[in-house]
Design a protein around this ligand. Structure first.
Ligand SMILES: Nc1ncnc2c1ncn2[C@@H]1O[C@H](COP(=O)(O)OP(=O)(O)OP(=O)(O)O)[C@@H](O)[C@H]1O
Length: 310
């Protein structure tokens, strides 16, 4: 442990909505604590409705918590800022601008003193990184979904925010495109060493990308139960990591949480309500070749807070 302050601290965050029928408030999540170190890639996984997007939006300054708050570099987050870039699932591009102009727009806002030439050179560099060097003059309507998402990612990284917030950025893409863009994301992140907080429903994606995976219990009153260390060497290649002896230990641990333990009310408590730190590869000597647990379609399981009232 070091005394170094994290880049971002989420402290005692709770979100409640008033009940429509004058009953008790719906507490979506309660007392969520997260520390993000500079340069970390952190994924958060939990069933639908447990409050992941709400946490991300509070981090972005786009939503307010009911209690608790977010501190970034000593200052409370109270609204959007260019220090925090967001990529949503539905690539929010300006339809009347070309791919390059969309990226230029973000870069100009971030670096207002740069000349037009500097802005364009910088934007083009990021569009090239995501493989769009020959299509940067096209408007979003002339690009495929995967290409549009690449423009969003290029724009977010090009503005060089200290914290990148990614809300299921690949959720709407086919498996092949998703794989290609994941590789591009790793490449840009490893060069930029920006701090990334990403929501995903995909366990394999989280293992490929993250340094840590935060596991969230089901709502209502969801909390982050565990912070799972992804102790696999980098650079990681999708085809290679499955050969690593720790891979299925980690995968089984994450899948077991989602399938069996995310709904348990009495999860292990830590003294300060911070997530329990888990390294599934800790006992590697005992069981070098764990069996693979089958992944059920976790996307379809809704958290209790999303279930219709009885
Ligand atoms: N305005 C609102 N009033 C009442 N409940 C709300 C409101 N907005 C969101 N909720 C509830 O808050 C909960 C958390 O929503 P959120 O989108 O953060 O969940 P999530 O974990 O990101 O879900 P998903 O994985 O499906 O995107 C949901 O149960 C949702 O129904």
């Amino acid at each position: 442990m070091t005394d170094k302050k994290p880049l971002v601290s989420v402290e005692g965050l709770s979100k409640a909505y008033p009940s429509p029928n004058k009953g008790p408030d719906l507490v979506v999540f309660k007392d969520v604590n997260i520390a993000l170190e500079k340069g970390e890639f952190v994924c958060i996984i939990g069933h639908s409705g447990c409050g992941k997007s709400t946490i991300l939006n509070v981090l972005a300054g786009l939503d307010e918590a009911s209690s608790g708050g977010v501190i970034m570099e000593g200052k409370e987050v109270s609204g959007p800022s260019l220090d925090r870039g967001v990529v949503f699932q539905n690539y929010s591009l300006m339809p009347w601008l070309s791919a390059l102009q969309n990226v230029n727009f973000g870069v100009r806002a971030r670096f207002p003193k740069w000349s037009a030439e500097q802005v364009e050179t910088h934007s083009k560099k990021y569009l090239q990184m995501v493989g769009l060097s020959t299509t940067m003059d096209r408007k979003p309507s002339q690009l495929s979904g995967g290409m549009r998402q690449r423009v969003s990612i290029a724009r977010a990284f090009a503005t060089q925010p200290k914290l990148l917030l990614l809300d299921e950025p690949f959720g709407a893409l086919d498996a092949l495109t998703r794989g290609i863009i994941q590789d591009e994301l790793i490449k840009i992140w490893s060069e930029s060493q920006q701090t990334v907080f990403m929501i995903t429903h995909d366990v394999d994606e989280a293992i490929l990308l993250a340094d840590r995976v935060l596991l969230m219990t089901n709502g209502p009153e969801a909390k982050i139960a565990e912070s799972v260390t992804i102790n696999l060497p980098r650079p990681r290649q999708r085809s290679d990591i499955i050969e690593h002896p720790g891979y299925y230990k980690i995968r089984n641990h994450l899948v077991d949480f989602l399938v069996n333990r995310s709904g348990e009310l009495a999860l292990r408590e830590s003294s300060d309500n911070s997530p329990v730190i888990v390294d599934p590869t800790d006992d590697m000597g005992d069981d070098p070749e764990p069996e693979q647990i089958e992944l059920t379609d976790i996307k379809l399981v809704a958290s209790e807070s999303e279930q219709p009232a009885a």
